[in-house]
Design a protein around this ligand. Structure first.
Ligand code: 13P
Ligand code: SF4
Length: 303
């Protein structure tokens, strides 16, 4: 079926099912165009918590749909691709976190939203890439902070706060693979360009950036920057949104490997099928969802 016809069919199905389609900026452009709400992890979790739709279709990866199911347990949450996971979220197991908590008694556990429900359930508070500094600063009377599972985000946050942060040795393969050499080459080719990077990039790359922020932050920076050329240090899905708002901008990916395989899995056909067949329903047992919800709601209260 042709793209526009599929998009129209999805919009009709969404109306019939009293459903809402949430999509992350890393999704395919045609999926982004079809969404009710397009956003970064924080904006999408806020929307999932407050929507009055009966069904939430999440065009994103598993932890995003799982967070929606935790925040809105009375809603049906659908993940169109069951195989859309996040390798970073898989870099910490519940038993490992339990052991780390024993090794650092008294440490506050700040958990990046890119994590499983079982990890969130063992945490004091969640954060996203757009509020990590604010979340850590909001913690009073804590000595150490155990920040999981993204080591680069933890080290970046440590630089901007005066807290003692213990980083977990996890990373996002997409952002961590971006090297300072690749950024240097892009800068040499485009000397007038500004460089914007996601805090999941390694510290040496972040040091080279004119701006560091979440996907929504990077989009805002690119649109508002007086520079026409922007070198991009995040997943290239954001280019579609920058082009919609500011078509005059020239966005140059800092490397040709900035694509998240799992974020790109979801097609319009998958979304249509998810609505027709009510699949794949994401649920979290209340014993895990309860404590995970407390960590997520604490984050939303500070955001
Ligand atoms: P945002 O917090 O910018 O949405 O990032 C999510 C993510 O998965 C980054 O890789
Ligand atoms: Fe996970 Fe990285 Fe993909 Fe984001 S870009 S969903 S952190 S693998």
């Amino acid at each position: 079926m042709e793209k526009t016809a599929l998009q129209q069919e999805i919009r009709r199905l969404l109306r019939e099912r009293h459903a809402i389609l949430l999509a992350h900026y890393y999704e395919r452009a045609e999926v982004q165009e079809t969404a009710d709400i397009l956003g970064d992890s924080l904006a999408l979790s806020m929307e999932a918590a407050k929507t009055d739709a009966e069904v939430i279709v999440f065009a994103g990866v598993h932890f995003m749909a799982e967070s929606a199911a935790i925040l809105s347990p009375e809603k049906t949450v659908l993940l169109p691709r069951a195989d859309a996971g996040c390798p970073l979220a898989d870099m910490i197991a519940p038993a490992d976190l339990a052991r780390a908590k024993q090794e650092h008694p008294g440490a506050a556990v700040v958990t990046y939203i890119n994590s499983s429900a079982a990890i969130k359930a063992q945490s004091d508070i969640c954060c996203t890439s757009s509020n990590a500094v604010r979340i850590v600063n909001s913690l009073t009377d804590v000595g150490e902070v155990l920040m999981v599972p993204d080591g680069n985000l933890a080290r970046y946050t440590a630089r901007l706060t005066d807290r003692r942060i213990i980083p977990w040795p996890g990373h996002c393969p997409v952002h961590h693979d971006l090297t300072p050499e690749a950024v240097g080459r892009a800068k040499a080719l485009h000397p007038e360009a500004a460089f914007a990077a996601h805090p999941e990039c390694r510290a040496e790359v972040l040091e080279m950036a004119d701006f560091v922020g979440s996907t929504a932050g990077i989009i805002r920076f690119a649109v508002a920057s007086p520079r026409r050329e922007i070198i991009l240090g995040t997943e290239t899905g954001v280019i579609a949104q920058i082009a919609r708002i500011a078509p005059e901008k020239v966005v140059i990916p800092a490397s040709d490997r900035l694509a998240c395989r799992t974020m790109r899995l979801t097609t319009l056909e998958d979304i249509r099928d998810a609505l027709v067949q009510t699949r794949h329903v994401i649920t979290v047992p209340e014993a895990v969802a309860g404590p995970a919800r407390r960590a997520l709601e604490r984050m939303l209260a500070v955001s």
